[in-house]
Design a protein around this ligand. Structure first.
Ligand SMILES: [Ca+2]
Length: 236
């Protein structure tokens, strides 16, 4: 059996470590960017709000969930509650700024986001009052909020109210490639029977990865090659 020289082994090890370190093989971050069970007294009065029990990836800069200008924070503990969802359709909800929003940035330059299908989901629990909104859509600034990533209905609009879970699995053309930071996700809602009807996000989890932008990987590769050559010449 042919044995590899120590130098050859060292070169392979260095290359493997370099690839791992630059994120070429493995993503730098975990596959959850931010999780917040939303705890506390009247979180909806704060914008942004990030709960004391929230977990944010250290490579992500994130201030928490926020309200659009068209809705008003409302009383409720341990959930992010707001009123003012009485627009008639998504078009007027968009022009009226009736949404919750999550704005994510990277914590260091040279990093980008990946929201590929393997990088998890965007999950949230919702609750509406009897006069709350009837419809929601999740949109992103990646296409200027032009299309719905996901959509659903809720028992507001005089429908008695209720709560449930919603999710979006990343995929499709907008998420085929790495995404330059920052990125924003908005949860629009409309159809409330009155301005006092409420809608809350009770908790959420945002999947995704943080990786080096491609140029960083290419820039780092020659540096590692040089390091390996120097080690070889010095006989290490
Ligand atoms: Ca409104």
């Amino acid at each position: 059996m042919k044995t590899k020289s120590p130098t050859h082994s060292f070169l392979l090890l260095s290359l493997s470590l370099a690839l791992l370190w630059t994120g070429w093989v493995q993503p730098v971050s975990a596959s959850t960017l931010a999780v917040d069970p939303i705890t506390g007294t009247n979180p909806g009065f704060q914008s942004p709000f990030l709960g004391g029990d929230a977990t944010v990836d250290p490579l992500v800069s994130f201030a928490g969930i926020e309200r659009g200008a068209g809705v008003t924070g409302n009383i409720a503990n341990n959930r992010y509650n707001a009123r003012g969802w009485q627009e008639l359709n998504v078009t007027s909800a968009i022009s009226g700024n009736d949404y919750f929003t999550w704005q994510l940035d990277v914590a260091e330059p040279g990093l980008v986001f990946e929201f590929t299908e393997g990088s998890g989901e965007f999950l949230w629990a919702w609750q509406v009052s009897g006069e709350g909104p009837t419809n929601w859509e999740l949109r992103t600034d990646l296409d200027g909020f032009a299309s719905a990533l996901a959509a659903g209905t809720m028992p507001g609009g005089g429908g008695g109210g209720g709560n449930g879970l919603a999710s979006y699995t990343f995929g499709g053309p907008l998420f085929e490639n790495q995404v330059s930071a920052p990125v924003e996700f908005r949860l629009y809602a409309w159809g409330a029977a009155s301005g006092s009807g409420t809608f809350s996000v009770n908790n959420y989890s945002i999947g995704g990865l943080v990786t080096p932008e491609p140029g960083r990987v290419l820039l780092l590769a020659p540096a590692f090659a040089l390091l390996v050559l120097q080690r070889r010449r010095s006989g290490a």
